[in-house]
Ligand binder design. Structure first.
Ligand SMILES: [Zn+2]
Length: 220
């Protein structure tokens, strides 16, 4: 990383100060003719082991959050955009990849949320096997609640609306609708692995080494 602090006598470089800097409130944006707006410069956030904090959704911070974390000395800058932001006393290239200085362990038991159920099931209806966008998915109780089924990891599967309606209050074997994969409590690792299958809409060149997709990337 580099930071340039302008002093009246010229330019000096300082680094390595811990938590003593005041985070500037405002930045003046240098307007390069071809530079992207800073809002188009999200920062990929890596854990201290250089793996993304999260794959899906991909762990991205706004440039403001990233610059603030740099000033608080909580992250290392791994890669930068060509975009520069300035305050009256310093300038900084916007970070494109940062890594946390302190490792954040993954929670061993992921939260039981609708999103994580979809992620466990890879956004695929567990009855018809089709892939749907999130807004067209719901979840289904394998053993219906009316028959004592509980809302737990091992009784809830991702379902499209049509299959959910068709199954209604039937037991799986009564209606022949048996989940493609038996529902289970996933580990944080399993969810991470599933998330890797979903590339983000925007992928900056500098992120490539840190994401393990070996598919051909669209030029940006
Ligand atoms: Zn379905």
């Amino acid at each position: 990383m580099y930071l340039v602090f302008r002093s009246p006598g010229g330019v000096s470089s300082r680094k390595g100060e811990r938590n003593t800097r005041k985070v500037p409130d405002t930045f003046q944006i240098r307007e390069w003719p071809l530079a992207p707006p800073p809002d188009h410069c999200p920062t990929l956030v890596l854990n201290a082991d250089f793996r993304p904090l999260s794959y899906f959704p991909l762990s991205l911070w706004s440039w403001q959050e990233a610059v603030k974390a740099v000033f608080l000395d909580r992250v290392n800058i791994i890669s930068e955009y060509d975009r520069v932001v300035r305050s009256p006393t310093f300038e900084i290239k916007l970070p494109s990849v940062i890594s946390l200085k302190e490792f954040i362990p993954a929670t061993r038991r992921p939260a039981f949320t609708r999103f994580n159920v979809f992620l466990r099931d890879r956004f695929t209806c567990q009855y018809c096997g089709h892939h749907f966008p999130t807004q067209e998915l719901t979840f289904d109780h394998v053993i219906p609640r009316s028959r004592g089924g509980r809302t737990t990891w091992d009784n809830v599967v991702t379902s499209c609306s049509a299959c959910n309606l068709a199954k209604g209050n039937w037991l799986p074997h009564s209606c022949g609708m048996i989940p493609l994969s038996p529902p289970f409590q996933p580990s944080a690792y399993q969810l991470q692995e599933n998330g890797r299958a979903f590339p983000p809409n925007f992928l900056h060149e500098s992120w490539r080494d840190f994401l393990y997709w070996d598919t051909e990337l669209d030029p940006m």
